[in-house]
Design a binder for this molecule. Structure first.
Ligand code: BES
Ligand code: MN
Ligand code: ZN
Length: 489
């Protein structure tokens, strides 16, 4: 498992700045004023810092962008990195500034002169988040990374603010590792074992095996996994940090460990990307991990449906009819529209067993959401305006892109089947909406519910603000904040 870098917060005089051999980082706002602690660099640098801050190069820096002043003559440092950041910057901006430090750093140690910057903890979190590197399958030893030390005016206060943020960062890393892992490693068995290991953190973890799922009547989920050598499972993770009489909030994740499409097999080009089709389950796992690590004062249950969608002699066929746990029958027009079949049963089970105060499901559900929103924003579908508004607010505050999409009866009628209660595809037009509409049939009208289609945001081919290319962990930050806002405020 990838662990975030350790970051120490120490008093301003704890390190002799002129003697520090690594990279020194300072933050300067648009006005070019050097903060108090960073003024210690002025004299040894013999005015070079001041000249830089008066230059066009500094003026051209956008917020959270950085420039290196290399090998400053009067210092032992490799570089002084000047990061543009206002003293009153928003949290998201401060994180991006932290990410700029991570991007530039090599193996040398880093000394961050944060002084009395009010966003020191957020800067540290951004640094940690952007510092992620998935090296599990690289033969070469990962390069050792130098220590990161923040010099701050109030070390205890900053460390206290940073601790819960570090817990969330660990959650994000857990999600990214799961999503980056190939499918021969992260089988349904392996995924379940990684979740079971979280019992150590105080989570209650139950694994429902195929026989249990059969007894529960989960024919929709079991149909998807029946062609695979990996057994289907549902894993239930409970965190009970809130009042005993408070019903839990539920998070439900699509955990298709590999999606070949099944008998409706996908084209070869790009199929390797379908190792990430458990991304929804990965986010649920990451959020549960962060809740446990920061001892959240909330009751949250996470449920993931773990299956593999493979073609074989035992695989489900197009045209098969399966019966869901709810009792509704489904004609499987396309075996590649499997995520909704998995979620249908897990959503129903979550409501029957827990009567949750609300449900948010996450799934890499449709290619259509990528056509609609690209890779910038997750598609948000909701049956409840208040819950939706609260989620969008949390996502905005965390800088995670999210955009509300419609639901409605007009789309629902596209799911009519000739021989069963519904079919599992609604055709190409509005493909992400009809998929959401299918899920809505398995949500009781009285349950506030959000569906997040993360097909475009779970994994990126390019670096993003807080992650290198690959798994992003999109959603862990927003969901953790939503839970904080709703239950812990
Ligand atoms: N896992 C895919 C959706 C997906 C596509 C995720 C691209 C990430 C990137 C999903 O199971 C799927 O195959 N959906 C089909 C549905 C169709 C058959 C109705 C799709 O989007 O093409
Ligand atoms: Mn599919
Ligand atoms: Zn899928």
């Amino acid at each position: 498992m990838t662990s975030p870098a350790e970051i120490a917060f120490r008093p301003e005089d704890a390190v002799e700045i002129a003697e520090f051999p690594g990279r020194i980082v300072i933050f300067v706002g648009a006005d070019g004023r050097v903060p108090a602690l960073a003024r210690k660099l002025d004299r040894p640098m013999r005015g070079a810092l001041k000249r830089f801050l008066a230059s066009e190069a500094f003026a051209a820096l956008k917020p959270a962008e950085a420039a290196d002043l290399g090998y400053p003559a009067g210092l032992a440092a490799e570089a002084v990195q000047v990061v543009r950041l206002e003293p009153r910057a928003a949290a998201v901006e401060a994180r991006r500034a932290g990410a700029a430090i991570a991007k530039a750093r090599g193996t040398a140690g880093v000394l961050v002169l944060a002084g009395s910057h009010p966003r020191a903890a957020e800067i540290a979190q951004g640094l940690a988040l952007r510092d992620y590197d998935f090296t599990a399958h690289k033969s070469a030893e990962p390069k050792p990374r130098g220590a990161v030390t923040f010099l701050v005016a109030k070390p205890e206060a900053v460390a206290a603010a940073a601790a819960p943020m570090a817990a969330v960062t660990e959650g994000v890393f857990f999600t990214r590792d799961l999503v980056n892992e190939p499918s021969n490693v992260l089988t349904t068995e392996d995924f379940a074992a990684r979740l079971a290991a979280m019992q150590e953190l105080g989570l209650e973890v139950e694994i429902l095996e195929e026989a249990d799922l059969k007894a529960l009547g989960m024919g929709a989920l079991l149909g998807v996994g029946q062609g695979s050598a990996s057994p289907s499972k549902v894993v239930v993770l409970q965190w009970r940090g809130g009042p005993a009489d408070q019903p839990p909030f539920a998070l439900v994740g699509k955990g298709v460990c590999f999606d070949s499409g099944g008998i409706s097999i996908k084209p070869a080009a790009g199929m390797e990307e379908m190792t990430m089709d458990m991304g929804g389950a990965g986010v649920v796992a990451g959020v549960m991990r962060s809740l446990a690590l920061r001892r959240a004062k909330a009751n949250v249950v996470g449920l993931v449906g773990l299956v593999e969608n493979m073609p074989s002699g035992t695989a489900q066929r197009p045209g098969d009819v399966v019966r869901s746990m709810k009792g509704d029958t489904i004609e499987v027009i396309n075996t590649d529209a499997e995520g909704r079949l998995v979620l249908a049963d897990v959503l129903w089970y979550a409501q029957e067993r827990f009567q949750p105060s609300g449900i948010i499901d996450l799934a890499t559900l449709t290619g259509a959401i990528i056509v609609a929103l690209g890779h910038e924003k997750t598609g948000v579908f909701a049956n409840d305006d208040a819950l939706c508004a609260a989620f969008l607010k949390a996502a905005e505050a965390e800088g995670e892109g999210a955009w509300r999409m419609p639901l409605g009866e007009a789309y629902d009628k596209l799911l009519k089947s000739r021989i069963a209660d519904m079919k599992n595809t609604g055709g190409r037009p509005g493909g992400a909406v009809t998929a959401a509409q299918f899920l809505a049939r398995f949500v009781k009208p009285e349950t506030p519910w959000i569906h997040l289609d993360i097909a475009g945001t779970a994994l990126l081919k390019t670096d993003s603000a807080l992650a290198p290319k690959g798994a992003t962990g999109w959603g862990v930050l927003s969901l953790d904040r939503l839970i904080r806002d709703r239950f812990e405020a």
